[in-house]
Design a protein around this ligand. Structure first.
Ligand SMILES: Cc1cc2nc3c(=O)[nH]c(=O)nc-3n(C[C@H](O)[C@H](O)[C@H](O)COP(=O)(O)OP(=O)(O)OC[C@H]3O[C@@H](n4cnc5c(N)ncnc54)[C@H](O)[C@@H]3O)c2cc1C
Length: 188
């Protein structure tokens, strides 16, 4: 069983998976590569002068995989409660089990609705519906969380990436039973 399954590998999901895997959590990242991020050109991402969407997405995937996240190409079609966690099925017929699920599905809420997660009207331009979350990223279903555009944050890459990191840190902290920080020290 995975500790954390992240659905969607845009900035929100890949950032969440990066933090989860780097914290030593068994992490699954499922993505069908239909997100909005590839279409953008970014000059407002702190720390990066400018970057094209494909490079931003692919660098994020490489960072998550570098720390041990398993990146699976495919569409998650269902999430159902199973024992102590959730069973996640993909369009290829594959099934995975995870203790915690982070929804990072961008503009799409169909999977959340299938899973029984509550949604609400979006407030950002062109984002009609989002998942209802509390300040930590928790949905109405225990151990299903949401991050990024689908969780209703401002639709900017640096914010969705930060939100994915925030939610992952909250999940890691819950798994560890203590607040978690990930600080590396400057290398000589
Ligand atoms: C044309 C354009 C230009 C932009 N320019 C800027 C800019 O200059 N600066 C800026 O800050 N922001 C910009 N943005 C916004 C920015 O791209 C987004 O705010 C941010 O990248 C969204 O990240 P996300 O991870 O929430 O969603 P996404 O990047 O959309 O990622 C969601 C991922 O989930 C996957 N997914 C969804 N459902 C499933 C499922 N059931 N199973 C598996 N995978 C699934 C999708 O395929 C996708 O990969 C722009 C957006 C667009 C469209």
């Amino acid at each position: 069983m995975y500790d954390i399954a992240v659905i969607g590998a845009g900035p929100a999901g890949a950032s969440a998976a990066l933090f989860a895997a780097k914290a030593g959590k068994k992490t699954l990242l499922i993505d069908n590569d239909k997100g909005m991020t590839r279409r953008g050109w970014y000059e407002n991402y702190y720390g990066i002068s400018e970057i094209g969407g494909p490079d931003l997405v692919e660098t994020g995937h490489k960072q998550a995989v570098k720390f041990g996240a398993e990146l699976i190409a495919g569409q998650a079609i269902s999430i159902n409660k199973s024992g102590d966690g959730f069973a996640i099925e993909t369009d290829s017929g594959a099934a995975y089990e995870a203790k915690h699920v982070i929804l990072a599905t961008g503009v799409l809420t169909d999977l959340a609705v299938q899973a029984g997660v509550e949604t609400k009207d979006g407030t950002e331009p062109r984002i009609k519906t989002v998942v209802a979350v509390d300040a930590s990223g928790k949905t109405n279903i225990e151990s299903i969380w949401a991050a990024g555009t689908v969780a209703g944050v401002s639709v900017h890459a640096v914010i969705t990436a930060g939100d994915g990191a925030k939610v992952a840190i909250n999940v890691i902290s819950e798994l560890n039973g203590a607040r978690y920080v990930d600080h590396d020290v400057l290398k000589a």
